[in-house]
Design a binder for this molecule. Structure first.
Ligand code: SF4
Ligand code: SF4
Length: 169
């Protein structure tokens, strides 16, 4: 019985709170800073060159094998990235590719409007992925600092929150 009363209290509380309706797509919600959208390639801010060194680690760790890279010989006689393909229809947006990258060349962008009428529309090339990533920060660096307290704020579901609140006071 007590549980039902408690539940109804929540309903009553919400009933009188102001309603917020956003007219999507004219209005768009700001995504959380650590939101994981389409994987994107990052570039050096000084030279504009892609940071990717074509090591292939991201493709190896990807659980759905949706990353492909084509390596070509470089002018210096070494190897460099020729093309980088993401088949987004298979992507889980898990972020493993960006976590494993040794040079932070791939990150998760905030792009989420990815619907397409054909399969070709789900395939992204190096140039397209760079347009999303470019000079963006890595997604796990976002959300740190006083302006982004959502990552370490006291959570109302945290069983220790009362202890933490007392420590804070
Ligand atoms: S986010 Fe996950 S599924 Fe998507 S490309 Fe990266 S590793 Fe693969
Ligand atoms: S994005 Fe990173 S992990 Fe993937 S091939 Fe390039 S350098 Fe290697």
């Amino acid at each position: 019985m007590l549980d039902e009363v408690k539940g109804f209290q929540v309903t009553l509380k919400r009933l009188f709170q102001p309603k917020l309706t956003q007219e999507y797509p004219e209005e768009r919600r700001a995504m959380m800073s650590r939101f994981r959208g389409l994987p994107a390639l990052r570039a050096d801010p000084d030279t504009g060159e892609a940071l990717c060194v074509a090591c292939g680690l991201c493709a190896r760790i990807c659980p759905t094998s949706c990353l492909e890279m084509h390596v070509v010989p470089s002018e210096e006689g070494d190897r460099e990235l020729g093309e980088f393909i993401l088949k987004s229809g298979r992507c889980l947006f898990c972020g493993l590719c960006s976590q494993v990258c040794p040079v932070d060349a791939i990150t998760m962008s905030q792009e989420y409007e990815l619907a397409s009428f054909d399969r070709e529309g789900l395939v992204y090339t190096k140039t397209e992925l760079a347009a999303f990533g470019a000079q963006g920060e890595t997604w796990w660096d976002a959300g740190i600092g006083p302006d982004h307290q959502q990552t370490n704020a006291i959570n109302r579901f945290d069983p220790n929150r009362h202890v933490m609140e007392n420590l804070r006071d």
